[in-house]
Write a protein that binds this ligand. Structure first.
Ligand code: 13P
Ligand code: SF4
Length: 305
């Protein structure tokens, strides 16, 4: 990146007391100007602890919403309001309320990939890092898990003493674009590589993996493992961070594993947001107060990977 552009970004951040948070799937040039890059749980924690007045959130909507819910007095700017997670949009309040009425004895666990109004009617949230730990922490023997069927099925492998009712949502990037054949092909090309995949992948992909991690779990594992090569079964941009932090190691993504919604946030839009301090993300007071409860319950449980 050109030095004068970087200076301009730093000067805008300082002048406005703004912090830039970016998810691990953001474009490389956006990751490069962020103050923190992380997974959804890590970013929620960073958002909670920042003393900046403005949070420029580079990720999809539910992540920016979580930052706002945890910081109701701060201004959260989402550089492209249209950057939404399609899986989060696969569950809505009306259908979830119907299921909850059918199972009044069940606790509802909402993956953090849900909209704020769905969180507002859920008991607790989880991320890909702590789904098993969160479900285990509950007294209820019956769980409604929304919206990711694959993460829910993954959790079921470890939890035998509860009934888990799965919503039929899925992430198009992980479910459709990371296939068993893709991973096996990469393994044939790189037989010494370790296979790590995200729990949003299909069960048959999880079956052939050496490790299943959230995106930050993969970052930690790549650093600590003695292996020098890794097949990475998640959105391909994570490999940019992995390579940057481990230049001596090799990372092989599935080329089709792209989340187009994450890519809607471009460097130009981030700079415009820093200059104009918009578009501001707004959530009603009522939804914020209700959605904060399940998120805080999850934060108390912490990471599980
Ligand atoms: P992480 O919490 O692992 O970053 O995952 C978020 C996500 O959207 C995965 O597709
Ligand atoms: Fe949503 Fe999938 Fe994109 Fe993650 S990768 S933000 S789950 S669409």
């Amino acid at each position: 990146m050109k030095r004068d552009l970087l200076e301009k970004i730093n000067e805008l951040k300082k002048r406005n007391n703004a912090v830039i948070l970016a998810h691990n799937y953001q474009l490389p040039e956006v990751q490069d100007i962020a103050d923190f890059v992380g997974d959804s749980l890590d970013l929620a924690r960073k958002a909670m602890n920042t003393d900046a007045d403005y949070i420029i959130f580079c990720g999809v909507n539910f992540m920016a919403e979580t930052a706002k819910i945890l910081n109701p007095d701060k201004v959260v700017i989402h550089p492209d309001i249209g950057s939404r997670c399609p899986m989060a949009d696969m569950v809505d309040v009306e259908s979830l309320s119907w299921l909850q009425e059918k199972h009044p004895d069940a606790a509802t666990v909402a993956y953090v990939n849900t909209t704020a109004d769905v969180k507002a009617i859920s008991d607790i949230c989880c991320t890909s890092s702590n789904a098993v730990k969160v479900i285990r922490s509950l007294e209820e023997k019956k769980i409604i898990f929304v919206p990711d069927q694959n993460l829910g099925m993954y959790a079921k492998r470890f939890i035998k003493d509860k009934e888990i009712i799965l919503w039929q949502g899925m992430c198009p990037t992980h479910h459709n674009n990371i296939r068993k054949e893709d991973i096996l092909r990469l393994k044939e090309e790189h037989p010494d590589a370790e296979i790590m995949v995200h729990p949003e992948c299909r069960p048959e992909v999880i079956d052939i993996a050496d490790f299943v991690f959230s995106t930050n779990g993969m970052v930690r594992h790549a650093r600590e493992s003695s292996s020098r090569e890794f097949i990475v079964g998640t959105e391909k941009e994570l490999c940019y961070r992995l390579k940057k932090e481990n230049p001596e190691k090799e990372f092989y993504p599935v080329p089709t594993a792209v989340c187009p919604n994450m890519k809607k946030i471009t460097l130009d839009k981030v700079i415009r947001s820093l200059e104009k301090l918009e578009p501001e993300l707004k959530i009603s007071q009522d939804i914020m107060e209700k959605a904060r409860i399940p998120i805080e319950r999850m934060m108390e449980i912490g990471r599980g990977d």
